[in-house]
Design a protein around this ligand. Sequence first.
Ligand code: NAD
Length: 298
Amino acid sequence: MSTIGWVGLGNMGRPMTANLVKAGHTVNGFDLVPEAVAAAAEHGVNPVKSIAEAVAGADIVFTMLPKGEHARTAYLEPDGVLANADTKTLLVDSSTIDFDSARVLHAEAAKAGFRLIDGPVSGGVTGAEAGTLTFMLGGSDADVEEARPFIEAMAGNIFHAGGDAAGQAAKIVNNMMLSISLQGVVEGAVLADRFGLDPKVFHDIAKVSSGDSWPLRTWYPVPGVTTTAAANNDFKPGFAAALMHKDVGLALAGAETQGVDLPAATLVHAQLQKLMDEDLGGLDTSALIRNIDPNAEG
Ligand code: NAD
């Protein structure tokens, strides 16, 4: 089996590395937070104290970091990945980061003689634990094929989205569309209630009608309607509003650099910001309903 370097052992990195260990790989794991390293070590990750130690002798290196700024630091600083790894080692950044940072990482990695894939994921912590994440990969055919057997231990679906930064692009656009659909569902749920409709009856109608959508079926923001909804559980995430705020922000930042105006995404971003301002960013994204009806149950 192979040696894997891993940087970033947070909510996602910890279960993802646990699945790589289960698949028989040696995983040398580093995080700036010693407690995160210790927690990963409980699942068989070999704890190390620096990026340099994590990448030493690795066949492949994964990074799973919060934002573009963290990824740039972890790759580009003198104590980072590019300055310390062997150029033969394939690099995969699975963080969800802005499109421009992804392109910078590709360009700097290539300049330093490395091969890099952007490989953000969808599926949340439960998907990470179950090894059923969807990976969206951006890079060359050959590099994606080399990474695939490692990724399979963590994935339900693996898509080669296209060339450099295509994985980030797919992830950002997908989540932007999800947030806009969800805003429609929360507004519809409140109006249906005010019209006196039974939420279960309305849900049964909409899910086989043209109002159907993934958030309608999966996240309907009224308790007792869909078993998978955070509304059944006090809006405990799920997918935290703060994370969605970040992802829609990435879409807006990318749209600005591409010279595109996105009115609906701008509106949803402001709605998510309102939750953050009210200290509700830790709730599930479907708590967007509280902006429309502050007394919405959940
Ligand atoms: P997290 O904040 O729980 O973990 C990130 C870890 O990176 C932290 O432990 C932090 O200490 C570490 N870190 C930051 N800078 C570092 C550095 N320079 N060197 C080493 N470690 C460093 O975040 P998460 O929930 O694991 O998410 C990671 C990425 O995955 C994010 O981009 C997020 O948007 C994306 N994502 C998250 C989810 C989810 O449901 N949590 C779902 C899909 C995608």
